[in-house]
Design a protein around this ligand. Sequence first.
Ligand code: HDD
Length: 727
Amino acid sequence: MTQQNKAAAGRRPAKGGDGSSAKQEQLAAFTADNTPHLTTNQGLQIPDNHNSLRAGVRGPTLLEDFILREKITHFDHERIPERAVHARGSAAHGYFEVYKSMSQFTCAEFLQDPAVKTPVFVRFSTVAGSRGSADTVRDVRGFAVKFYTQQGNYDLVGNNIPVFFIQDAIKFPDLIHAVKPEPHNEMPQAASAHDTFWDFASLMPESTHMLMWAMSDRAIPRSLRMMEGFGVHTFRFINSRGESHFVKFHWKPKLGIHGLAWDEAQKIAGKDADFHRRDLWEAIESGNFPEWELGVQMVPQDKEHAFGFDLLDPTKIIPEEMVPVQRIGRMVLNRNPDNFFAETEQVAFHPGHVVPGIDFTNDPLLQGRLFSYTDTQISRLGGANFHELPINKGVCPFHNFQRDGMHRQTIARGQVAYEPHSLIDGKEFRIDGGSGGFQSFPEALEPPKVRRRSPSFDDHFTQARLFFNSQSASEKEHIIAAFRFELSKVEVPAVRQRMVDNLAHVDEKLARRVAEPLGINAPDAKAAAGRAGFREHRFTMPIDESRALSMLDTGDGSIKTRKVAILVADGVDSASLKPIREAIEQAGAQCKVVGPRLGTIASASKRQLDVDATFINMPSVMFDAVLVPAGAQGVEAMSRNGDAVHFVLEAYKHCKAICAVGEGVQMLATLGIGPDAKSAPPGVIVAATPVTNLGDDSAATKIANDFIAAIAKHRHWDRPNVEGVPA
Ligand code: HDD
């Protein structure tokens, strides 16, 4: 590891969470002599930060008050334009390390030495919503990684979905205008369920594959820590001999890929709009550092046309069964930003920030992006010097003759600001066609110049079908339900019809099921086939299903950082909770005692139990699982409390793991969600007799282990009749 890398990787150690050093730093920043005082931006000590300068104690404020004016002026300019897309984001610092040298494929220095930790800054985002919108809306998530390498910054600006809605960047403004709130009334915020989006999507059959992903639970992630990331486009690796491999990038989350229930996602949007942001922040503060492995699919240059579909088409994946994903390194996020604005808001990503050894392809979506991102940063960050902001600054030396501009920070010295030159030390200096540094792959181009799409981009349905076929039964149901919900919000019937006509080309049954409750005709595949943008070209895939496209059974099977609510009320049997709580905490889950009020409640044995949260301020949608205790009096109190009853029913409806002991089992039975004579519903663990001791009591150990296994499954989507649950 080089000295510079070490310094950068350890710029600040992950902090334990009390933030006290940050507080001291903050104080020291404005008190040179350790007496607390404030200064103006010029360093002048401010005598009074509560009163403006007036003509008499009850008189008018004087224009002369430069201290007031400086403060208010600065405040007036606090906001910068939010990102046109991906405005709402959350970010973290961390590092990346490669497992073994990738020199056979790429000369990128950060992919050579397993001993090197390359610092990274990662920003996750939603796409459509404004900066203040809710985290859990149905949307694509941005997954942008900035690697601070010794060869310059490398940005992998991807999403949590491996394909895109459109094939050519010229359609991006149209796509975004269609999905953003409608221009006449600025509604709806952060939602795709409205007419303009589906009007556009239904007229652009190339969006069909991406729509399938966007209607899946991938678009309502349980946590930013539990989603995959993808570079989307096909890029190139170039090795030191100048040889090219096509490459697709993947981020594989250690915790697996998990989604929320749609009803839950909508409720969380109101109950805690910062749900994902908070989850990421708290995980890092508590030392549960999120981790992903970097995977690559590599295709030799001469196999470019071996697939039937076009590698340059961003609406296509390379199924993992056709080209396996090789896991080449891992990324750990271990430090929260110090300042949201300075880091998360001002970070400037750009797919064109590459390093030697990584190059572009002619994907027409990528080519357009290469222009857009610099342009947007200039407007958003107020000029051409955004690279000088601390969060955007490279960790390697940089030097050129670009000068001046708004907010310039570098003080460039000397007479010479041009090249070639000879005035620095009398020697002639010229940079001209050297062999070092970044080299573009010398790809032969095919004339003529045309404004036309390659016919190899024409099949819009085969991979959409592959995606649908690869889903489990419950995932398929969620996709159908999502299409139904979204299209039910579309007021123009013709748009709904057009969309299901398109879907008939993916799967007849899917289209029929989606159409059923929408008050339109049965899907008509032929009607879709005649429309503009629709082409009949079909390629065959050698596989009908790809296991990697399903979210089922992913992750390391642990319950680390899973949130469990322990429900209490006066009179619960606290001894019945203890062994199970101990076991699940030991396994890494985080428990909160949730009761009717804050403070304490008295258990059946008159012990005082601290309550962390109430049924109302932390409702069931904030948790992954629920533990219902024993204790006749306590359970009766909960059964009479509508919020407690709702808590349990809602957790059941959202298919979460529920464990009940003693009288708690009776509560489930009364609510109609308990076990019958033969078995308990999936994910419901019951012990009719309270268990009090883990170590030597095998019954307690079994209950705890069953509960842990049920939480580890994430959700029990196969739970029957959840639609009938009133929550
Ligand atoms: Fe983009 C931001 C990802 C297509 C134009 N994009 C942005 C961000 C991500 C992506 C993750 C947020 C970065 C951050 O956190 O600051 N964008 C993608 C992916 C695409 C894609 C995966 C397709 C494969 N984007 C795309 C196209 C264009 C843009 C085709 C324009 C031609 N994207 C932008 C932008 C943004 C942006 C307007 C807004 C803020 C920013 O760049 O910095 O330039």
